[in-house]
Each structure stands twice: as structure tokens, then as C-alpha cells.
Write a protein that binds this ligand. Structure first.
Ligand SMILES: [Zn+2]
Length: 155
């Protein structure tokens, strides 16, 4: 799933001195991804939405200065964009490039649609088993209700 940056002339990763580029996000998910990362950024954040992509038709991309992503954040982003690619930039160079490993279990990120599910109570963290990653299908650990990608609502 890695890709050569040279094939994508729209992306100027070299403009970033250090930080993270998250590319190949499903079009329309960039704001959700920022939500996952939290809004406390020190550096500049660049968001491109509905950009043309040969591979995906349309895609979103996010560039975040002075910020790297944790494995936990990567797993969460994989939920909204399973084919996202991450480039870690240090000193104007891509030092690491990877795609997320799809999580087997998603905790505390998605809202269970079943109104009588125990996970809707305040002190219970929602927990979903990933049945299939792409397109995403998950099943609630508590009430076993399944949800497909279109139904999923992030907490
Ligand atoms: Zn449930």
C-alpha cells in the first residue's frame, strides 16, 4: 500500500519541515480525522478536500506541522479511511511512510445504534468487533448489533 510521492504532483510534502501528511483519505473524511486528532495543534494545518486522485477518484489530504500521530490515532483513522497513508516528516524528509493496520477491535470511538445497548450508558465504553474492514462492517461487543460503514457515527 505504499506509493511513490513523485506520482502525485499535487502533494508537496517538502513544504513541511516536520510533521505528518495523511494522504488517501476517503473524500469527505478530513474533518472527522481532525476530530480524532483533536484540535490542539501548534503548527499549521493544511486540509485538501475532494482532490483528484487517479487511484481513488477523489480523496482528502491533511498536512499537520509539528505533530506526529500515535498508533492509537492511526487505528482510529483507519476506521474512517482504511486506505489512508501516513508520512512522517522530519527535517523536510519523509522518514517513515506507512498505512494503518486495520484494528480488530474498536473501543470508545463509535456510537452503538441500539438505544437499549448497555454501551449507551455513561460509564460504559463502546466496543466493536471489526467483521470486515473495507467496506467497514462492525458488530457491537455488547448487543451484537451490526453496523455498516454508512451507518457508523463517531462519538
Ligand atoms: Zn450495542
Amino acid at each position: 500500500m505504499t506509493e511513490k510521492g513523485a506520482a502525485e504532483p499535487l502533494i508537496r510534502v517538502s513544504a513541511l519541515s516536520e510533521g505528518t501528511v495523511i494522504d488517501h483519505l476517503v473524500a469527505g473524511t478530513a474533518l472527522k480525522v481532525l476530530d480524532i486528532l483533536g484540535i490542539e495543534f501548534e503548527g499549521a494545518v493544511t486540509i485538501g478536500m475532494n482532490l483528484e486522485s487517479r487511484k481513488m477518484g477523489q480523496k482528502d489530504i491533511i498536512k499537520i506541522e509539528h505533530r506526529e500521530v500515535s498508533p492509537n490515532e492511526v487505528a482510529k483513522i483507519a476506521v474512517v479511511s482504511p486506505r489512508a497513508s501516513f508520512s512522517i516528516i522530519r527535517d523536510f524528509k519523509v522518514v517513515e511512510k506507512f498505512s494503518p493496520t486495520p484494528p480488530k477491535l474498536i473501543e470508545g470511538l463509535i456510537w452503538c445504534k441500539n438505544p437499549s445497548c448497555i454501551s449507551r450508558e455513561d460509564r460504559v465504553k463502546s466496543k466493536f468487533v471489526v467483521v470486515r474492514m473495507d467496506p467497514l462492517q462492525i458488530r457491537c461487543h455488547y448487543c451484537e448489533r451490526s453496523q455498516r460503514k454508512e451507518e457508523i457515527e463517531l462519538l
